[in-house]
Write a protein that binds this ligand. Structure first.
Ligand SMILES: [Zn+2]
Length: 79
């Protein structure tokens, strides 16, 4: 599939990470399935993944000063 941002790159599926910062707290979610353009670097997340990701980051920022979790792991099972 061709990138509709730069019309140059060939889109591919990759696992990416995303971080969020709020009130001095940091949350990072890793291994998020995303569509990436190797040419311009644009990253797209599927609708349901973006929603889940936002929910995870909100909970993580609420619970810990610094937290790193893989995508889709229940937020309550942190060791
Ligand atoms: Zn592109």
């Amino acid at each position: 599939m061709r990138c509709n941002n730069c019309h140059n790159g060939d889109l591919r599926e990759e696992l990416r990470h995303k971080s969020a910062v709020s009130n001095g707290r940091v949350a990072v979610v890793t291994d998020i399935p995303a569509t990436v353009c190797p040419s311009c670097g644009m990253v797209w997340y599927a609708e349901e993944i973006a929603v889940e990701l936002d929910a995870m980051l909100t909970v993580m920022l609420d619970q810990d000063t610094v937290s790193v979790r893989p995508f889709r792991e229940p937020a309550t099972t942190a060791a």
